[in-house]
Design a protein around this ligand. Structure first.
Ligand SMILES: Cc1cc2nc3c(=O)[nH]c(=O)nc-3n(C[C@H](O)[C@H](O)[C@H](O)COP(=O)(O)OP(=O)(O)OC[C@H]3O[C@@H](n4cnc5c(N)ncnc54)[C@H](O)[C@@H]3O)c2cc1C
Length: 435
């Protein structure tokens, strides 16, 4: 994408972070004629938004997010036409097979909670799962299926929003980190960036796992942390299902070219830093509940973190920027295991090879749902962050909702569960899942 080289002196809104939340918000705001400046310390969708599996699902979502996600799916259905871009959108459903009665019971519990929303989710018997997956070789107790769920390509979606936002006049600057959100008389007055200052009476903070750093400068505490997730792209494989699939310890979706994105559905890695230790009281119960699924890495990550805190390091000199392009290593062994599990579950596909692998730091909040807010305490500030491993799917509706908030239009959703102040108030529920 061509890069403009000048920072405008003023804007109606400055958006910090060009992940899918920032790019979608820039698009919907520019569409209304707002003068939008979007800055990223690195590049468009350089972090989570291009590293996701690509599931777009309401299935197994926190009930507070269900109305948003249902509206979000309506946007996804028309997005390729609206953005004039191929996003590899596939409305192939989401199918979660349950290998044991205990897993089935967990999914039945979610199903009961989600029932009032009138979703098209169905509980499946073991026979129905086998009917949908005739080649499945493993044990199955039943399943959960949502026909209207789907999947799309993360490497394309945020970039498509950014391209169209630029067409509508948004200025998008890569390699331009936000140093601080500026205030005058308590209200937002602009953003100090590495390229200079932009005056604006609105600022949207959607800097992924770094959002807490900019809030801290405003005296606002956000207990945001991260878990490392690893993903692989396989060789081109025979057809299994169009659905986004979870079961037997693996998650996968078929890409447009016939290869699969695969991952362990049950495992994440925590690279323990001083910030993880500082936030341990917030996460203690979530970590305990998912203890089997999390591997803690203590030595090398802690040492690296301590080095980054040395006063001469860029990470320490520019705390709001911190690591500009963090090197995030995939857990290769876990991905090899996922490939073997896939071979075992569907023997007809033959040998599963790994063509590419990557990892991303999934930003987390202790209650497993994001912050979507325009907090009254800081007039002009909007925040969209902490998506806990499922914010790719929410990106379009979040962009639209942030536009509603900045325009002062009534949103269609109850955003109270997503308010920033819930952490200061201590009104933090148990998470369905934090990643
Ligand atoms: C391995 C993995 C699998 C996932 N699978 C799914 C899935 O299947 N479905 C789903 O819905 N979600 C999934 N997710 C989660 C999803 O990717 C995220 O929730 C979503 O992309 C978050 O978008 P974002 O815009 O908030 O953050 P990000 O994409 O992380 O973007 C934040 C941006 O802010 C920039 N930034 C940070 N600090 C500054 C600063 N000071 N100044 C300027 N810019 C700054 C960063 O450079 C970055 O580009 C997955 C995530 C991972 C890592």
């Amino acid at each position: 994408m061509d890069q403009p080289n000048a920072l405008p002196a003023t804007a109606d809104i400055v958006i910090i972070g060009a992940g899918i939340q920032g790019c979608a918000s820039a698009y919907y705001m520019a569409k209304t004629g707002m003068k939008v400046v979007l800055v990223d310390k690195s590049r468009i969708a350089g972090q989570q938004s291009s590293r996701a599996w690509g599931f777009v699902r309401v299935q197994m979502r926190d009930p507070d997010e269900i109305p948003l996600m249902e509206a979000g799916k309506k946007l996804w259905r028309g997005l390729e036409a609206e953005l004039e871009s191929d996003l590899e959108w596939n409305e192939g459903g989401a199918l979660y097979a349950s290998g044991t009665p205990a897993i089935m019971a967990y999914r039945e519990k979610w199903f009961a909670t989600a029932r009032p929303f009138g979703l098209d989710t169905r509980l499946l018997s073991a026979a129905e799962v086998r009917n949908m997956l005739p080649n499945l070789a493993s044990q199955v107790s039943g399943g959960l299926y949502t026909q209207s769920d789907g999947h799309a390509e993360p490497r394309k979606a945020a970039a498509a929003f950014a391209l169209r936002a630029r067409d509508l006049g948004a200025v998008i600057l890569e390699g331009c980190g936000a140093l601080a959100i500026e205030r005058s008389g308590g209200a937002v007055s602009g953003v100090a960036t590495e390229w200079g200052e932009v005056k604006a009476s609105n600022v949207l903070l959607c800097a992924g796992a770094s959002s807490w750093r900019l809030l801290k400068q405003l005296g606002i505490m956000l207990p945001q942390s991260y878990v490392r997730g690893s993903v692989a792209r396989t060789n081109i494989l025979p057809h299994v299902t169009d659905a986004a699939f979870v079961g037997d310890g693996i998650a996968f979706r078929k890409r447009q070219d016939g290869s699969f994105n695969i991952a362990s559905s049950m495992h994440g890695d925590v690279d323990v830093t001083l910030d993880h230790l500082r936030l341990a009281p917030w996460y203690w119960s979530a970590y305990r509940d998912s203890a089997k699924g999390l591997t803690l890495h203590v030595g090398a990550p802690l040492l690296k973190d301590l080095c980054q805190r040395m006063p001469w390091r860029e990470e320490a000199r520019l705390p709001s920027i911190h690591a500009r392009e963090p090197m995030i290593e995939p857990q290769q062994e876990r991905l090899r295991d996922a490939a073997r599990l896939l071979e075992r579950a569907f023997p007809h596909i033959g040998r599963v090879g790994i063509a590419e692998q990557w990892a991303g730091n999934i930003d987390t909040l202790p209650d497993g749902i994001p912050v979507l807010d325009a907090p009254a305490a800081v007039p002009g500030l909007l925040v969209a962050t902490g998506f806990c491993g499922h914010g790719f799917a929410l990106g379009p509706i979040v962009g639209k909702t942030m536009n509603d908030l900045v325009q002062g239009t009534q949103t269609d959703f109850n955003l109270r569960p997503f308010r920033l102040a819930r952490f200061a108030e201590g009104d933090v529920k148990q998470p369905l899942s934090i990643w």
